[in-house]
Design a protein around this ligand. Structure first.
Ligand code: GLA
Length: 377
């Protein structure tokens, strides 16, 4: 072997050792690869609807459509290693567009939750948001952000889908042209991260959230009564018969609203008239923090919620009555068949001086981040 060939051989060997060392190191770090696929999901008002599916290195899958910016599926692993869809939903676009759709998986805006009689003032001017719920305005009105087509753009790296929507001045009774952007990201550690931003050209009110319904048993339990819930909140905002906050902040201690210690949802459910459908005042400072956890002992799945928002609406699926059509695998979603954990500002804040403000002024940027993180134990 000539000296040159020997040198070349040693160099090749060194490179191969180096590469091997690097790849061994990589096995110690998290595999951040996410695979993105897309498929046609139908047509709404002449516009094509697409479903994007993100799959991470663990195999967790999330589906997103540009109709309502809705989540379509969240497939995670149970403790027996089987895979299942923990997101309550539909098998097709017809499910999402049916009149009775209770916001399954959708983005909610311009104002999530209720505004009393739809009436509020901004800069001394009275506005009337569209009424759609017992004379109140719920979740943005008659055609909220859940019923519009968003512009979807997959981002570089394939782990995020960006959605954009421009809500016109006056739409559903809200002032200002509002530019909204929502980025859904599937993280390497089984989180669905939702980053919201918005700007306006006139002072307006804003409260954005996602209305995903979960049943962590993935179809094995008909209700969420056996799920165990913990919420980091010492207080909640009580409501009247129309589910409008009375303006008070009450302590949860010694009441059925107390989830400061993990508690089976069914334990006190019957003691709450109508079931849980309230806003908890989160014990938190500024910034992204863990605020709630729900665990299903049957499947071993857990969901941890992290958010930058001050409130959490825990809704125990009280209005589900088994009549929705086009459901996944034809499942009947009965009362308490699923739960929502909607991160948000407080309901009716535009009319409640003591609640954190929901005003957005020109030149400001609304931001909100929420992560739904799944695990198995
Ligand atoms: C929210 C509300 C509930 C109900 C559902 C949709 O969670 O707080 O009262 O309207 O949306 O059915």
């Amino acid at each position: 072997m000539s000296k040159k060939v020997l040198q070349g051989f040693i160099l090749t060997l060194a490179i191969s050792f180096f590469n091997h060392a690097c790849s061994s190191n990589n096995t110690n770090t998290m595999d951040t690869t996410v695979k993105l696929t897309s498929q046609a999901y139908g047509v709404f008002e002449g516009q094509p609807i697409t479903e994007y599916t993100l799959t991470n290195a663990h195999g967790m899958q999330v589906g997103i459509i540009n109709y309502g910016g809705a989540l379509t599926k969240i497939i995670t692993q149970a403790k027996d290693s089987s895979w299942g869809d923990v997101l309550t939903g539909y098998d097709s676009l017809s499910g999402f567009t049916q009149t009775a759709n209770p916001y399954f998986g959708a983005l909610i805006g311009r104002y999530a939750n209720r505004i009393a009689k739809g009436t509020y003032k901004v800069d001394g001017i009275e506005y009337h948001a569209a009424l759609n719920n017992n004379g109140q305005s719920l979740h943005g009105g008659l055609k909220g952000f859940d019923k519009v087509v968003w512009t979807a753009t997959p981002l570089a790296g394939d782990s995020s889908i960006q959605l954009n929507y421009e809500s016109k001045d006056g739409e559903e009774g809200y002032p200002g042209n509002l530019k909204v952007q929502v980025v859904y990201t599937l993280t390497a550690d089984n989180g669905i991260k939702i980053d919201y931003t918005a700007t306006t050209d006139k002072t307006t009110v804003i409260n954005l959230t996602n209305h995903a319904y979960f049943n962590l048993s993935a179809g094995k339990s008909l209700t969420i009564k056996d799920h165990i819930l913990q919420i980091n909140a010492n207080q909640y905002t009580p409501v009247d018969a129309l589910l409008i906050p009375t303006g008070e902040s009450l302590d949860v201690k010694s009441t059925p609203m107390d989830f400061t210690q993990a508690k089976r949802i069914g334990d006190d459910l019957d003691k709450v008239e109508g079931g849980y459908d309230h806003n908890w005042i989160l014990n938190k400072a500024e910034g992204l923090q863990e605020v709630a956890n729900v665990y299903d002992p049957l499947s071993g799945r857990s969901l941890t919620v992290l958010t930058t928002e001050p409130g959490l609406q825990f809704y125990s699926g009280n209005f589900l009555d088994g009549t929705l059509m086009h459901t996944k695998n034809g499942i009947q979603y009965i009362k308490h068949g699923a739960l929502t954990l909607e991160t948000q500002h407080f309901p009716d804040a535009p009319n409640q001086a003591k609640f954190p403000t929901t005003l957005l002024k020109p030149g400001e940027t609304y931001t909100h981040t929420t992560i739904y993180k799944f695990a198995t134990k």
